[in-house]
Design a protein around this ligand. Structure first.
Ligand SMILES: *Cc1c(COP(=O)(O)O)cnc(C)c1O
Length: 483
């Protein structure tokens, strides 16, 4: 018999297990969850959330005691999730007045918040300056002037941290890099010189608390973090020369990567792109040594280090359960229709890869290659590559001389596998589980095509489950219409 473990690479997430072929999450049978809460359903593990928070705090603080971890709430601002993180000792990063409201609701204090964004509104600035948040990460000179005006009007002093573009190309895929002046984020050195002069002239209303950079998301190239640390150390010293008082902190942003579970077997249906981007050796200890340690050694223990991880705190804490509602045979291949499409898991739309298994046949070793699709009336609502593979094929037909570059073309253009591997016995009514969906999923759900957004539950540490987001109802679809 083929070793079942070979098909269970997901079991390395030790909170996932299989009993009699049925997937269990922290010991809870997913069939019971779907029966009680319906499908599609997000299931979060409180234990995983806690483990991630404790792990990053332990690894980073062992190297630099004065480290603050501000969870990037845009990755998952569900109130129950935020409360778990607050209890575990994390601070918070917000991106809007809306996220400020959520953070306050979850119990965070303004002094625990850093505020990012490229186009902050006057109203948002008024709120956070009046509340006295820890830092506003300033993205442009126009924004700094806006902050000054708001602070003057309020008679308050705003804490500002300048976001610099370090001109670092992260390991993140093109389009997800945010550390160069080709992206829309941050200020160049020249712009910052002007900004610092303005701050120095207005000490009553502006206090420069630190410098900030954020180079991308799912950055798997460890060298990029080393370059970021080197850059920021030099830049920190440069800025300290220009100010009449010392900077308090250095904010390194987020972007830390996590593995997206998959089997070796599954790789053969994916491109090189997939392997480089979704599998990573980079973990919190490696980051502690590469990103944190150089700063401690160069700038000392006193400076506060802030990091803003989002994805790496939550991606591997959530599973999406979705039922097969229809089935067809196409070109001798099975095609399965799920009740969750990109309105429930938006990143599937941009070609993000999520590994899936049949949660009712989790031990089956007899598999077949098939297509898996969502329920929306849109041909891009699929869990396989419809665009990239087509582009590559067309390009190679039109320009055969490009064949020599096929691997490169696939790396850039092909995002998803062409086919998925599921048990051959898979049938209508089975529940599939998509792994590592904890980041950027709940936040991006919508009700396109009148489909109701999914519920979410938390499995707590006593293996009890509770609803943390209710399923939408028909009347929710009308909540913004005026008629
Ligand atoms: C999105 C974002 C983060 C979090 O990024 P992850 O890749 O989820 O870790 C951190 N800082 C800033 C400024 C961001 O925009």
């Amino acid at each position: 018999m083929k070793e079942a473990a070979a098909l269970h690479p997901w079991a390395r997430n030790d909170y996932l297990s299989s009993r009699n072929g049925q997937l269990h999450i922290d010991g809870v049978d997913i069939n019971a969850l779907v029966e009680q809460y319906g499908s599609p359903l997000y299931v979060f593990s409180e234990r995983q959330l806690r483990d991630n928070a404790e792990s990053i705090l332990n690894h980073f603080r062992r190297v630099h005691r004065n480290t603050t971890v501000c969870f990037a709430s845009k990755a998952n601002a569900n109130i129950a999730v935020l409360q778990v993180f607050r209890a575990a000792g994390l601070s918070i990063e917000i991106n809007s007045g809306g996220e400020f409201h959520k953070a306050i609701t979850a119990g965070f204090q303004p002094g625990e918040m850093v505020f990012n964004g490229v186009a902050k509104l006057v109203e948002e600035l008024r709120t956070v300056i009046a509340a006295g948040i820890k830092a506003i990460n300033v993205d442009s000179l126009t924004e700094l002037k806006r902050i000054l005006a708001v602070a003057q009007a309020l008679g308050r002093r705003a804490n500002v941290t300048l976001r610099i573009v370090p001109e670092i190309k992260g390991g993140a895929a093109a389009g997800w890099e945010t550390g160069t002046s080709e992206s829309k984020f941050g200020m160049t050195r020249a712009e910052q010189r002007e900004a610092i002069a303005l701050i120095a002239e207005n000490v009553a209303f502006l206090k420069m608390t630190g410098i900030h950079a954020h180079i991308g998301t799912q950055v798997t190239d460890i060298g990029a973090y080393h370059r970021e640390a080197e850059f920021l150390i030099a830049y920190f010293r440069e800025v300290c020369e220009l100010l009449p008082y010392p900077l308090e902190h250095i904010n390194l942003g987020g972007g830390f990567p996590k593995n997206y579970s998959s089997s070796e077997e599954n790789w053969r249906t994916t491109s090189g792109h997939y392997q480089g981007k979704y599998r990573t050796d980079v973990d919190f200890e490696m980051l502690a040594q590469t990103l944190i340690r150089p700063i401690t050694e160069s700038l000392g223990e006193a400076v506060e280090i802030i990091v803003e991880p989002g994805r790496s705190m939550v991606s591997d804490t959530g599973v999406l359960l979705t039922r097969i509602e229809a089935q067809k045979e196409r070109n001798q291949q099975a095609m399965y229709y799920l009740d969750a499409g990109y309105s429930v898991l938006f990143d599937a739309f941009i070609g993000w890869y999520f590994h899936m298994i049949n949660a009712n046949r989790a031990d089956d070793v007899d598999t077949h290659l098939c297509k898996v699709v969502g329920p929306l009336c849109d041909s891009s609502d699929v869990y396989y590559d419809i665009e990239g593979e087509g582009y590559v094929k067309t390009l190679l037909q039109q320009q055969p001389e490009l064949r020599a570059h096929q691997a490169l073309l696939e790396e850039v253009l092909v995002h998803q596998p062409g086919l998925r591997e599921l048990p051959a016995a898979t049938q209508l009514g089975d529940v599939l589980a998509l792994f590592d969906v904890g980041a950027y999923a709940l936040e991006m759900m919508n009700d396109y095509c009148g489909r109701l957004s999914a519920a979410a539950v938390m499995v707590d540490r006593q293996q009890d489950t509770r609803l943390i987001r209710r399923r939408a109802r028909d009347e929710d679809l009308l909540r913004f219409d005026v008629y």
